[in-house]
Each structure stands twice: as structure tokens, then as C-alpha cells.
Ligand binder design. Sequence first.
Ligand SMILES: Cc1cc2nc3c(=O)[nH]c(=O)nc-3n(C[C@H](O)[C@H](O)[C@H](O)COP(=O)(O)OP(=O)(O)OC[C@H]3O[C@@H](n4cnc5c(N)ncnc54)[C@H](O)[C@@H]3O)c2cc1C
Length: 280
Amino acid sequence: MYPRNFKLIWPSSLEEALEAVEAGAVPLAGGQSLIPMMKLRLIAPESVVYLGAIRDLDYIKELNDKFAIGALTTHSRIASELREGSPLISKAASEIGDVQVRNMGTIGGSVAHADPAADYPAALIALGAVIRAVSKNGIREIPAERFFTGPYQTALDHGELVMEVVVPKTACSVGYAKFTRIATDFAIAAVAVRLSAHDGVVEDISIGISGVFAHPIRARWIEDALIGKKLADEVLSRAINAEVVHEVISDPRASKEFRLKAFRAMARRAILEAYENSKV
Ligand SMILES: Cc1cc2nc3c(=O)[nH]c(=O)nc-3n(C[C@H](O)[C@H](O)[C@H](O)COP(=O)(O)OP(=O)(O)OC[C@H]3O[C@@H](n4cnc5c(N)ncnc54)[C@H](O)[C@@H]3O)c2cc1C
């Protein structure tokens, strides 16, 4: 199907794009989610503002112990350029879809789209990343943990655009595990872990989850059960198999029971990967 007719706005600056968004235009970045939705007529915007015209939102800047990633930076660039500097976000980017999707899709588009099963959110939550949103009123910082508020819903207000995503340079050890039935698909369960350990004792850990609940969340109940402990099999199993208070989703790709099993297997894998990395 073709999208309904719409007006295309080609801004020459961020200010012009913000004017258009404030007036109700829908932002278009890599088009990997928006264009299919328009073709399927799930949405039919009257006007679309093409952010790809603002090339100065495509960057990775090093800021002391952090990287600021411009909203228009593609998944491919993040996967290749942050492999050493911030391996968890690089790994999440490399797991997205296929080469074409990674070459077109952008981090700003992915976080704004907020698919509950997308790869970045788990990693951003585990990393304690910050989403910087811009509007005509200025810039606002939103911690990743509070950014994803529901399925395809975010803390962005009307008139705001994702401007950049700020991730720490990773001094800690990290792990990422994603379960899908088809290699290039969205996660049925994805778990991202950032961990620091001393003499095998977990000193700090943060765990982000995508695909399992209505929106990506931080697994504080597992973190609390592991801090101050050595990760003996029994300790890890008890933490991972603890009762989950959040509602696990069920859809045609996986039942609730299957998804919970996949989540627990991915949690074990990602935590152990980060733990092993902490020993080297
Ligand atoms: C075949 C296929 C497989 C995929 N597999 C995966 C996968 O395994 N894992 C995964 O995580 N993703 C996957 N994706 C989605 C992919 O990551 C998209 O690139 C991403 O969801 C959207 O990024 P985009 O730049 O294409 O945004 P667009 O499609 O242009 O926009 C998406 C949404 O975000 C809004 N938007 C865009 N930029 C901004 C901004 N800067 N500020 C505010 N709002 C903005 C748009 O208005 C729209 O609502 C897949 C997509 C396809 C087509």
C-alpha cells in the first residue's frame, strides 16, 4: 500500500524542524519504522518533517567519561565506532535487524519509536544513559529508565525531538543477550548488564530488559539479590527465578510462559558474560 498524501517539510536547521514539529508535523529520521506504518496506514500524517536534512545531528562526540550520540547517528555507525569505547551500546546496535535497517535506522528514531522489544532500551537503561530532548523552550535531560513509559510511548512532550543520547564510557564489564526466533527480528527477550566486581564479589550491577514487559524496565529485584554476593550458581538461579511482579506480555511470537523462560535464560547468559568479563 502507498501512504496517504502528505506534505514533506525539508528543514534547513534544527530550529525550522522544531517549528514544524510544534505545528504538528511528524518527524522522519531513517524511516525504518515510520514509513512502514504510513504504508500500512496505521498513521496518516498531514505533514512530515525530514530530520535527515539536518546533518549536524549525525555525530558521536567524546565528552570526558561519556559519549554524546546525535539523534541521526545510524545503528551501523554506533555498532562500529563504539565497539571499544562503549561496547554495550555497540553490541545492542549490532543486533538490530539487518544491514539495510542498520544503515538507515537512527538511534533517535529508535528511542522515540519506543518499540517495547527494541534493542537500545535495555542497553540504555543498564548504562544509566540520558536522553537529551530539545524543543523551542530549550533542552531537557531524561534518564533512560524514565524515558520509556509504555508500549510505543515515551516521556517526550509535544514539540520535543530527541536531540542526542548520552552514554558513559564503559569502565565496568558488560553483557548482552537477545533471544529471537529469526536472526534479524525484534527481541522476544533481551537483557543488558553492566557490572563491577572485586575479588568475584558483585559491587554494582544494573540490568535493563526489553521485549518481556509492556515497556523496557530495569530489573532491580535481580540486582538487589546479587549485590555483595559471589555469583555461585545457586545465588544466580535464586535471583533469576524469583517471582516477577511485572506483567509478562504474550503475543503471537511467544506466550507468556515461553517469554518468561526466554527472559530467565537471557538474564543468566548476560549476567555471566558481564561477570566473566570482570575477571579479565
Ligand atoms: C525489517 C526490520 C527489522 C528491524 N529489527 C529491529 C530489531 O531487531 N531491533 C530493533 O531495535 N529495531 C529493529 N527495527 C527498527 C529499527 O531499529 C528502526 O531503525 C527504528 O525503530 C527507527 O529508527 P528510524 O531512524 O528509522 O526512525 P523513523 O522510522 O524515521 O521514525 C520512527 C519514529 O520516531 C520518530 N522520530 C524519529 N526521529 C525522531 C527524533 N529525533 N525525535 C523524536 N521523534 C523522532 C518518528 O516520528 C517515528 O514516530 C527493525 C526495522 C525493520 C524495518
